[in-house]
Design a binder for this molecule. Structure first.
Ligand SMILES: C[S@@+](CC[C@H](N)C(=O)[O-])C[C@H]1O[C@@H](n2cnc3c(N)ncnc32)[C@H](O)[C@@H]1O
Length: 205
């Protein structure tokens, strides 16, 4: 990806995504996670402090070596074993039906093959397994959506392939997930083009 994408961007994300408004959403999205969990786009482990006591093991899927290094202190301090078990959410190296739950926070915007990743998650989740997610995506307001389409090429270049216009709930339905709960809102303090979030739990039937 080059020096900026490999070295600089993971450090920016580590700081920019560790703000109060994000931490509040991390706490909400991690609530109820239990058993063996796969987290795609693990990043620098900013969700680790919010894993509930009911989680027994976490398989981290993260392509960026620098992000994984930045995660070291959080991984070491975690109460549950966490291993870096994969590099690409769209190609998960696990047998089918391996996990009780999955976690994705602000990652479905970035994975190039997002449909492939959701299909992989369906495969590795046990029947009835749940994907906990908080993701930004295509806003319902036409004016905001227009700007999202305009700015998306720049956003992709500046932020490691991050899309502004992915329709998160529709993508989950398209992959065969059943939405159990979803809260959709503009994130406090964020520009609207970036701040239309969907936070919820989707069940793999
Ligand atoms: C905006 S960051 C979010 C990081 C983390 N989930 C968080 O909440 O802080 C997007 C993450 O997706 C990761 N990513 C990019 N392509 C990926 C892929 N194909 N599979 C899994 N993760 C990927 C990036 O390296 C980065 O860590």
């Amino acid at each position: 990806m080059g020096l900026y994408g490999d070295q600089v961007l993971p450090r920016i994300v580590n700081v920019a995504c560790d703000v109060k408004v994000a931490r509040e959403q991390r706490e909400r999205v991690c609530a109820g996670l239990a058993g063996e969990v796969v987290e795609i786009g693990f990043g620098s482990g900013l969700n680790v402090p919010f894993y509930p006591g009911s989680v027994t093991r976490v398989a981290a899927v993260e392509p960026a070596d620098v992000a994984w290094k930045l995660a070291a202190s959080r991984v070491d301090a975690a109460r549950v074993p966490i291993s870096r078990a994969g590099l690409d959410g769209a190609s998960l190296p696990f047998p089918d039906d391996s996990f009780d739950a999955a976690l994705s926070t602000w990652t479905l915007c970035t994975i190039p093959d997002v449909r492939g990743a959701l299909g992989e998650l369906r495969g590795v989740l046990r029947p009835g397994g749940r994907l906990h997610f908080v993701e930004h995506g295509l806003a319902p307001d036409a004016g905001v959506a227009r700007w999202q389409h305009r700015l998306e090429p720049l956003q992709k270049r500046m932020v490691g392939g991050c899309h502004l216009t992915r329709p998160i709930v529709e993508l989950l339905h398209g992959a065969g997930f059943e939405l159990e709960q979803v809260d959709r809102y503009y994130e406090k303090g964020s520009p609207r083009v970036l701040g239309w979030n969907s936070l919820g739990v989707a069940r793999s039937p």
